[in-house]
Design a binder for this molecule. Structure first.
Ligand code: HAM
Length: 420
C-alpha cells in the first residue's frame, strides 16, 4: 500500500523545524499581549456568506480560492481564508462592542485556507498571527498596530523587511476616485478579464503584475490626489506618529490589498529575500466591514502576519533563533531496578520544572547514550545495580564528559541546582 502524503499545497511541521514556528508565533504574540490585546479563537469554518460579504464578492479570495462546501445538513460553509471577518463576527455576536470599552483589542493565531496555486511561500494551508482593534477611529491606533508588528519582526532579529503604507480613502472620496480611475482604465488596451475587473474592482487593476498592463498604467490617476481633507489629515497623522516612533516606512500609492474591506490606512510588510511571495504581513483599516456583515458602524483596524513566510524570512536572513533546549537531563537505566528508580527521578525532575527524558525500550548502554546525545541534553543520568546499591546515580556532563555520583535521595534538588 502506498503511504498517504500531505495534500498538495500543504506541508507538515516536524521537529526540530516545528520549534521555529512556535517561536515565531510566540514572538508575534508577545508585543500584542503586552499592549492590551486579548486572545480570541474562532471556528475554522464559517457561513460562506460572511466571507463573500466581508472579504468581497469580486476578490480572488472569494471567487477562486475559498474552500466552500455544503454540509449534510444543508449549511453553506467555507474554511476560513482569513481572520478579520470571523473575529469581527465573534466580537459582534458576543456584544463586545457594547461593553463601553472601545476599542476592543483582540489577537489570534491559527490556520487559514486558500485554494491558490502553490509555490514557495504560497500554500493552501498556512498560519497567521493577527490583531484587530475594533470600534475606534484614531490614527494612534493604526500606528500602534504597525509599531507592534515592526517590534515583533525586530524581536526575531529580522531587518530585511520594509513597510509599505498607503491610504485608500473613505466612502466620501473613494467613489470619486474610482470613477476617475475607471475612466482612465477604459481607455487602455486590456484583455476581457481585466476589462471586467475595471468594472467591478478597478483598484485591483493597479496591482496587476503583468508587464503589458504595468506599462499602460503609467500616468494613472492616483488616490493620493483624490483623498478628501479628512482622509488626508488622518493619513498625515499616521505618518507623523510612525516617524515619531522611529518606524521607517515607504509611501506606496499603488498598494492595494487583496481584500475589499479596506478604507484609509493600508500597509504591507514585504521582505526582499523572499522572491515573488514577498508580503510577510499586511493589514489596514476597515471602517465599513461591521456594517457589511450586519453590525453597527464600528471603525476598526488590524493586521495579520504570515507565520510560514516569516520563517522563510528568517531563513533568508540566516537567522537561527535561540530556542530553549528541549531536554536538559536524559536518563539511562541499566537493568530493571534502575529503570524503576530512574523513572521516579525523571518524574520528580519534570515536576520540579526540569526538562527531562528517558531511554525507553530497554536499550543497552551504547544505544541509550546515543539517544542522550541526540536529545541535546546537558546531562545524562546513568544508573546500574551497583550504583543503586551505593544509593547514588551517575551524572555525566555531556559537554565535558566528566562524570560524578549524586545521591539518589537528593538527585532532583542537586540536578536542579546545577542547571540553575
Ligand atoms: P492577507 O494580506 O491576505 O491579509 O494575509 C496576511 C498574510 O498572510 C500575508 O502577508 C502572508 O504573509 C500570509 N498569507 C496569505 N496567504 C498566504 C498563502 N497562501 N500562503 C502563505 N502565507 C499566506 C489578511 O488575511 C487580512 N485578514 C489581514 C488583516 C487583518 N487586515 C485587517 N486585519
Amino acid at each position: 500500500m502506498t503511504i498517504f502524503q500531505a495534500p498538495k499545497g500543504t506541508y507538515d511541521l516536524i521537529p526540530p523545524d516545528s520549534a521555529k514556528y512556535l517561536a515565531v508565533r510566540e514572538a508575534i504574540a508577545a508585543p500584542l499581549r503586552n499592549s492590551g490585546y486579548g486572545y480570541v479563537e474562532t471556528p475554522g469554518f464559517e457561513n460562506v456568506e460572511l466571507f463573500a460579504r466581508g472579504v468581497g464578492e469580486s476578490t480572488d479570495i472569494v471567487t477562486k480560492e475559498m474552500y466552500a462546501f455544503e454540509t449534510k445538513g444543508g449549511d453553506r460553509l467555507a474554511l476560513r481564508p482569513e481572520g478579520t471577518a470571523s473575529v469581527l463576527r465573534a466580537a459582534l455576536e458576543a456584544n463586545l462592542h457594547k461593553s463601553g470599552n472601545l476599542p476592543v483589542k483582540l489577537w489570534y493565531s491559527g490556520s487559514y485556507y486558500r485554494y491558490e496555486r502553490p509555490q514557495k511561500g504560497r500554500y493552501r494551508h498556512f498560519s497567521q498571527v493577527g490583531a484587530e482593534a475594533i470600534g475606534a477611529e484614531d490614527p494612534a491606533l493604526d500606528t500602534e498596530l504597525i509599531v507592534l508588528a515592526d517590534q515583533a519582526y525586530r524581536s526575531l532579529g529580522l531587518s530585511g523587511f520594509r513597510i509599505l503604507l498607503n491610504s485608500l480613502g473613505d466612502r466620501e472620496c473613494r467613489p470619486v476616485y474610482r470613477e476617475a480611475l475607471q475612466g482612465f482604465l477604459r481607455g487602455l488596451d486590456l484583455d476581457e478579464d481585466t476589462r471586467r475587473r475595471v468594472d467591478i474592482n478597478p483598484l485591483r487593476v493597479l496591482d496587476d503584475k503583468r508587464e503589458s498592463v504595468r506599462k499602460q498604467l503609467v500616468g494613472a490617476p492616483l488616490l493620493r490626489d483624490h483623498l478628501c481633507d479628512a482622509c488626508k489629515a488622518y493619513h498625515e497623522e499616521v505618518r507623523e506618529l510612525l516617524t515619531a516612533a522611529s518606524v521607517p516606512f515607504e509611501d506606496d500609492e499603488r498598494l492595494v490589498r487583496g481584500l475589499d474591506y479596506y478604507t484609509r490606512t493600508t500597509f504591507e510588510f514585504v521582505h526582499d529575500g523572499l522572491g515573488s511571495q514577498s508580503a510577510v504581513g499586511g493589514g489596514g483599516r476597515y471602517d465599513g466591514l461591521s456594517e457589511m456583515i450586519g453590525g453597527p458602524a464600528l471603525p476598526s483596524v488590524g493586521w495579520a502576519l504570515g507565520v510560514d513566510r516569516t520563517v522563510l524570512a528568517l531563513e533568508a536572513e540566516g537567522i537561527a533563533l535561540e530556542l530553549p533546549a528541549s531536554t536538559s537531563v536524559f536518563a539511562v537505566p541499566l537493568g530493571e531496578e534502575a529503570r524503576r528508580a530512574l523513572f521516579a527521578v525523571v518524574t520528580g525532575l519534570r515536576r520540579a520544572g526540569v526538562a527531562a527524558d528517558f531511554s525507553y525500550g530497554g536499550k543497552g548502554l551504547k544505544g541509550a547514550m546515543k539517544s542522550a546525545n541526540r536529545s541535546g541534553a546537558r546531562y545524562a543520568l546513568v544508573a546500574g545495580e551497583r550504583d543503586l546499591a551505593d544509593g547514588v546515580l551517575q551524572l555525566k556532563d555531556m559537554e565535558s564528559g566528566e562524570q560524578a555520583p549524586v545521591a539518589l535521595d537528593s538527585a532532583v534538588e542537586e540536578i536542579r541546582a546545577r542547571l540553575a
